[in-house]
Ligand binder design. Structure first.
Ligand SMILES: Nc1ncnc2c1ncn2[C@@H]1O[C@H](COP(=O)(O)OP(=O)(O)OP(=O)(O)O)[C@@H](O)[C@H]1O
Ligand SMILES: [Mg+2]
Length: 341
């Protein structure tokens, strides 16, 4: 009789234990869900024919705006950015927000025209959408991206609108966009090109824009010299470069005893961009749950990007392929952990 009562008494204990176990499992599940959120947002193509654009809620693609339309229909609202080459104004065109860039000084006229011609040639999901231009006035119009450059990525991800988006997944997507752009640039329809406006981390990041769906597009294409195959390479400007952000082959090789001259400075190629990948990736990944695991997976490829001899570095395409497999590994390990629960 006593043992029957004891058995009955232990029933609530067992139920309590089971409920506790269930709660612990649920907590672990929610934690892992936060660590590895599912639902990858595809980088949606614009699906416009060449020399056409489509903004926001527009139903159809329409041809790039020409001088007459830019002059008549694009209204400058306020200055939102300025670099050495362009002043950029938030502007309005038929109820749509656009960005109008105007040449700052005659000195940079060739840079402005080069940038415009690159925007023409490299239109794709990797590059800001061109809306129109007026070469005669040194003005170009592009899609407006309110989040600005990825320099303010942490601020953007802290906005209530992006609550829950500051995850390794969002950040790894930005990194993939960045390396995919380099891979595209190095194998572009207009040859292999180097991203020269990249002498420090801030400068490099300021050449890109963060879209409202938290992807990265290249924006400032004013300094993309072509690497002639079998030639002497390119130089990013006629002045001496310093610091450890730039690739070693971009530094003056003849020692402090010999004064710098452009003539004696050897050229280099697109592998200078590969040298810079680990630094940009580190910035974009930041310090969120999961980013340390990604850094661990990227250790070897980053060591390869930092090889002193540029010929020993991987191509951007190879880096992209490793990054993609790291992304797949992360997603797979997430699935595996969830299945076990
Ligand atoms: N489409 C856009 N949407 C939102 N902000 C933009 C846009 N285009 C440019 N900007 C802002 O304006 C700034 C300057 O633009 P941009 O880099 O094209 O000028 P620049 O004179 O070529 O710069 P640099 O000195 O790097 O050559 C950008 O860093 C960005 O903050
Ligand atoms: Mg520029």
């Amino acid at each position: 009789m006593g043992s029957v009562r004891a058995a009955w008494c232990s029933v609530p204990v067992v139920v309590l234990c089971l409920a506790g176990l269930l709660c612990a499992n649920l907590l672990l599940y929610w934690y892992l869900e936060a660590l590895y959120p599912v639902g990858v947002m595809p980088h949606v193509g614009r699906q416009c024919p060449p020399r056409h654009f489509k903004l926001g809620n527009m139903k159809d693609c329409i041809p790039w705006l020409q001088c007459a339309e830019v002059r008549k229909d694009v209204r400058r609202l306020k200055l939102i950015g300025q670099g050495a080459v362009k002043k950029v104004y938030l502007s309005e065109w038929k109820g749509q927000k656009v960005a109008l860039s105007a040449l700052v000084s005659e000195t940079y006229r060739p840079d402005f025209l080069h940038g415009l011609s690159m925007l023409h040639s490299l239109q794709s999901v990797r590059v800001v959408q061109l809306v129109g231009a007026c070469e005669d006035d040194y003005v170009l119009v592009t899609e407006y991206h309110p989040l600005g450059t990825p320099l303010s990525l942490d601020d953007a991800l802290a906005m209530p609108r992006y609550h829950g988006s500051d995850t390794w997944q969002t950040r790894l997507h930005l990194v993939l966009d960045y390396v995919a752009f380099l891979s595209f640039l190095h194998n572009s329809p207009v040859g292999s090109r180097v991203m020269c406006d990249s002498n420090d981390l801030g400068k490099t990041l300021s050449q890109f824009l963060l879209t409202s769906d938290l992807r990265l597009v290249a924006n400032d294409l004013d300094a993309l010299p072509e690497v002639p195959r079998g030639g002497q390479g390119v130089k990013c400007g006629p002045r001496e470069l310093t610091g450890d952000f730039v690739a070693p082959e971009q530094l003056w090789p003849h020692g402090s005893g010999t004064p710098f001259t452009d003539e004696l400075m050897p050229g280099y190629d697109e592998k200078t961009d590969v040298w810079k990948i680990p630094d940009v990736t580190r910035f974009l990944l930041g310090h969120v749950v999961g980013s340390d695991v990604i850094h661990f997976h990227l250790f070897q490829i980053h060591a390869d990007c930092k090889r002193y001899d540029p010929r020993m570095r991987p191509t951007a395409r190879e880096v992209l392929s490793v990054y993609r497999s790291v992304y797949d590994t992360m997603v797979e390990s997430h699935r595996h952990t969830r299945d076990m629960l």
